[in-house]
Design a protein around this ligand. Structure first.
Ligand SMILES: [Zn+2]
Length: 294
């Protein structure tokens, strides 16, 4: 008995030592939950190996209509950091925040930003690279509050990601500087901040949040605008095909293009390795084509 117990005890001791060693070298990760894909990507990029990030809102659900399931709530009850976009994008956030564990940190990633207001605040700030940069800074501050020991890592990663976002902004500004048209039409009103940043005009067939189909009067007005500006492309979101956009394109003699709202990545897009940056470059390519920029 003792012959066999001794090696077992030694093996267990070795395991414990290896476990502690492994943990010190690569922490299992701060548990972070982000509501939408761009914020989850920013948290992964800033947090690196120190974090373990979950995205709450799955792709293909109408992101604005999402409601957390009991399973989501159970996951949230273990989160050490909860990042949400704010500006009305997650009306359920106020309900789940009190259920986070004691000491958990919450980041409202639009707090302090100058939000565009129509009938309601426009939440789609991440589609403007320079506002996305502000969100990255907010994510970094949240990570530092939740895990102060990682401060140096988080600050370095925020700086590097901010540099990439500034570079993306420069590419957008240069590519959209000289275009035949400056007006574009989208199904979902997600590109207002992007349009404002680059001096473009967005007309949306639907509103800034999930809404009923537009009225025939609204469709007719958008078709008139398309004709008036010689618009050749009407944009839809790949996550949300829009029959209204198809109708407008048909009536105005335009084709359908794709502008990705980044409210979620499909499994297929994730498999292809798409990121915030690859999707934004594709959005730019689509705009350059539709607006005939040189
Ligand atoms: Zn939206």
């Amino acid at each position: 008995m003792s012959d066999r117990a001794a090696p077992l005890a030694a093996a267990l001791a070795a395991l414990v030592v290896a476990g502690c060693g492994a943990q010190a070298a690569a922490p299992t990760g701060l548990s972070v939950t982000a509501s939408i894909f761009p914020l989850a990507e920013f948290a992964r990029r800033v947090g690196g190996e120190r974090v373990n990030v979950k995205t709450l809102i799955p792709p293909r659900s109408k992101a604005h209509d999402f409601q957390p399931s009991p399973r989501d709530l159970a996951d949230l009850a273990r989160a050490r950091l909860f990042i949400y976009n704010g500006a009305g994008f997650e009306p359920w956030a106020a309900r789940v925040i009190p259920q986070l564990p004691a000491g958990a940190v919450t980041v409202n990633a639009t707090q302090g930003l100058a939000l565009a207001n129509g009938r309601a605040a426009d939440p789609h700030v991440w589609l403007d690279p320079l506002l996305a940069l502000e969100q990255v800074a907010a994510v970094g501050r949240g990570l530092i509050r939740a895990d102060p020991e990682g401060r140096a890592v988080y600050e370095a990663n925020v700086a590097s990601l901010a540099g990439e976002l500034r570079a993306l902004h420069e590419v957008f500004a240069a590519a959209l500087a000289t275009c035949r048209r400056r007006e574009f039409i989208t199904a979902h009103a997600a590109f207002g901040y992007l349009a404002r940043r680059y001096g473009l005009g967005m007309t949306a067939i639907q509103g800034p949040s999930a809404e009923a189909e537009p009225s025939p009067g609204r469709l007719a007005a958008v078709v008139r605008l398309a004709r008036q500006h010689g618009i050749r492309v009407v944009y839809t979101d790949p996550l949300e095909p829009s029959r209204a956009a198809e109708a407008v394109a048909r009536e105005a003699g335009a084709t359908l293009g794709v502008l990705h709202t980044l409210e979620g990545l499909t499994a297929e897009e994730a498999r292809r390795g798409e990121t915030y940056f690859t999707v934004m470059h594709e959005n730019l390519r689509q705009l350059v084509q539709g607006l005939e920029c040189r």
